[in-house]
Design a protein around this ligand. Structure first.
Ligand code: FPP
Length: 232
């Protein structure tokens, strides 16, 4: 039975379990997010080693605004201080940073940190790390439909037009979506593209992820048989 010989080209990651990681250690939830960021760095380095072209990290969802004011403020602070603050790390490893989501609705200092980081890494070509921020799959589809209708002036929109008007249409479509911390749902992540993506769920909490977990993800992906609705 033929399986995927290589890949995935594009991996989507739902980073879950930061809060539980911190709780197990009687630490504040924010400590879990700090460790989660360290895991993100370990994962992107191994993803590059594995030949993955794009990793999309679910960093802040359109629903995450419901968290406590303090936690939202901390996550925004982490993004502002660490996103651009890790520039030498990205450049050392050839990592291009891009963002996906409704960026217009973010605080100006967050938008600014994103824009400066995207600009400063735009010539890096070893791997692309997409930060999905203020991101919701339903919201993205609504915005894509709106953009497509505005461009065409028509009253109907085709699947192809929606695909072409998603946030980063030049990237390869996501091949596999994985989630940490033993939860088995998509939680509004990459809904349009997940139609034919492989899905895999792992027990380990996100802050404990590193090279071994990404190697396992790649092994699991390469065992999958992708048919896209056809037959082998
Ligand atoms: C989910 O765990 C994690 C998040 C919502 C935040 C992820 C953010 C980071 C790892 C920091 C990223 C920073 C930059 C600069 C890109 P949870 O809090 O839902 O965990 P729980 O389910 O155990 O409570």
């Amino acid at each position: 039975m033929p399986t995927s010989a290589s890949g995935p080209r594009h991996l989507g990651i739902i980073m879950d379990g930061n809060g539980r990681w911190a709780k197990k250690r009687s630490l504040p939830r924010t400590a879990g997010h700090v460790e989660g960021l360290k895991a993100l760095k370990r994962v992107i380095i191994e993803a590059k080693e594995q030949g993955i072209e794009v990793v999309t990290f679910y960093t802040f969802s359109t629903e995450n605004w419901k968290r406590s004011e303090q936690e939202v403020a901390y996550l925004m602070h982490l993004i502002v201080s660490k996103l651009h603050g890790e520039l030498s790390f990205y450049n050392r490893h050839g990592i291009r940073i891009r963002a996906r989501g409704d960026l217009q609705a973010l605080p100006p200092e967050v938008r600014d940190a994103i824009a400066r980081t995207e600009e400063a890494t735009k010539d890096n070509s070893a791997i692309t790390a997409v930060i999905a921020i203020n991101y919701g799959g339903r919201d993205e589809i609504c915005r894509a439909v709106g953009r497509a209708l505005k461009k065409s002036g028509a009253q109907e929109v085709s699947e192809e037009e929606i695909g072409q008007n998603l946030d980063l249409p030049d990237l390869p479509v996501v091949d596999m979506i994985v989630r940490s911390a033993d939860e088995q749902r998509l939680s509004n992540f990459l809904l349009w593209e997940s139609a034919y993506a492989e899905l895999a769920f792992y027990e380990k909490l996100w802050p404990d992820w590193g090279a071994e977990e990404i190697k396992a993800v790649c092994r699991d992906y390469r065992l999958r048989v992708r048919k896209f609705g056809g037959v082998e």
